[in-house]
Design a protein around this ligand. Structure first.
Ligand code: GLA
Length: 384
């Protein structure tokens, strides 16, 4: 059964009626530009063909009930719980967070019954949370006929995550999931929120992006993410700039010389060089030189490993094995401390590279990785 059919079947079985519609939102990977979004910098993610689908219908009592195929017990809440961050916890907090963010922005949010099915793996760093937030947002906007322009959606979904769920993430994931376009990577300036759709046609170039799920247990990912954010803020404050975006590679050495602790210096160096790598990647893609982006991806990984210190042994093993097996470039994607690696490979090399990574994992005694090849897909949409 497709994910859309699973959402519909779940809805029928749970609520004994037909949904009014179905809304789908994808997961994402980030091609390059890691931990730059909350530094007002640049990112280049794309939406995945893996999607989360929400089947929904209005609830006459003005309450919200959510069922997910991952958890047989539905979660029900009313305005009181939705209006209080923390009032709903667990996976349903992403749903309640969207209701909260809409209500906080003054919208008259319709009560709804929802059924959620997903092909986006949870906890793999592919933004399953942004996918559920965005699909629920689309459903509630449509069901309620809410006047919410598309340009406002990503910020609203981010508020759900930051202020209701309590994860201090940047704007990249929701932007990719909402604004992604098939065959394109999304070049986003996180300060101005300007976007440019950059053609990223892997098939035409005879290439593939292999995504390797490291299956590494998340090690203190939330606390470490928040700590990296604080380091960046400390660095910006010490340099007297609004955000690390305001330091460019030409001014990097001077900036580093003004910082007195080594850890902050390395965090700053990652962000500044990573912003430049995004710009360089965009320039190569614009010139149709997809293959030549490989070394930038690999340099991004080295920077995350050595300067930002957010990789783990499983992730580094996957990157090294992919490169040894002939990938043009490979890097961890997402927040770090686990999650996925992406590798740019010849289309016919995807299987052998995946096999090489699996073998390297077995040698180290790690749980076998998951592998799949992906293409840039479209953002959130109504399925009908
Ligand atoms: C997570 C966050 C994003 C971004 C990345 C790192 O995915 O949700 O906002 O900060 O980490 O690039």
């Amino acid at each position: 059964m497709t994910v859309a059919d699973r959402a519909t079947a779940g809805f029928r079985q749970r609520y004994r009626t037909e949904p009014a519609g179905r809304w789908a939102a994808p997961g994402r990977v980030n091609l390059i530009g890691e931990h730059t979004d909350y530094n007002d910098g640049f990112v280049l993610p794309f939406a995945l063909p893996l999607r989360t689908v929400v089947a929904a219908a209005p609830d006459p009592d003005g309450r919200w009930t959510v069922w997910s195929e991952l958890d047989d017990e539905p979660v029900e809440f009313g305005a009181a719980e939705a209006d209080e961050p923390g009032g709903v916890d667990g996976w349903a907090a992403y749903v309640a967070g969207v209701v909260w963010a809409l209500r906080a922005a003054g919208h008259d949010v319709p009560g709804a019954r929802l059924a959620v099915a997903s092909d986006v793996p949870v906890g793999s760093g592919l933004s399953s949370s942004a996918a559920i937030e965005s699909a629920v947002l689309a459903a509630l906007v449509d069901l309620g006929g809410l006047d919410l322009p598309a340009q406002a959606w990503h910020r609203l979904a981010q508020r759900a995550e930051n202020d209701y769920v309590g994860a201090p993430t940047g704007i990249m994931d929701q932007s990719a999931v909402i604004r992604g376009r098939e065959g394109h990577a999304l070049f986003l300036d996180c300060r101005t929120e300007e976007v440019e759709q950059i053609p990223f046609d892997l098939d035409a170039a005879g290439l593939a992006v292999l995504v390797i799920d490291s299956r590494a247990p998340h090690r203190h990912a939330d606390g470490e993410y928040a700590a990296r954010r604080r380091s960046c803020e400390r660095g910006a404050a010490a340099l007297g700039v609004a955000a690390l975006r305001d330091v460019d590679v030409a001014g990097l050495d001077t900036a580093l010389a003004r910082l007195d602790d080594d850890e902050t210096r390395r965090r700053v160096r990652h962000v500044v060089t990573e912003n430049q790598r995004v710009l360089d990647t965009v320039a190569l893609l614009r010139a149709g030189r997809v293959r030549d982006t490989g070394p930038l991806l690999t340099a991004s990984h080295a920077s995350m490993r050595d300067d930002f210190e957010i990789t783990v042994p499983e992730i580094d093993t996957a990157v090294e094995a992919a490169l040894s097996a002939g990938a043009y470039g490979a890097r961890m994607t997402g927040g770090g401390f686990g999650g996925c690696v992406l590798a740019l490979v010849d289309a016919d090399a995807a299987d052998p590279v995946a096999a090489a990574v699996t073998e390297a994992y077995a040698k180290r005694g790690f749980t076998a990785p998951g592998t799949l090849t992906v293409r840039p897909a479209g953002g959130v949409t109504r399925l009908g």
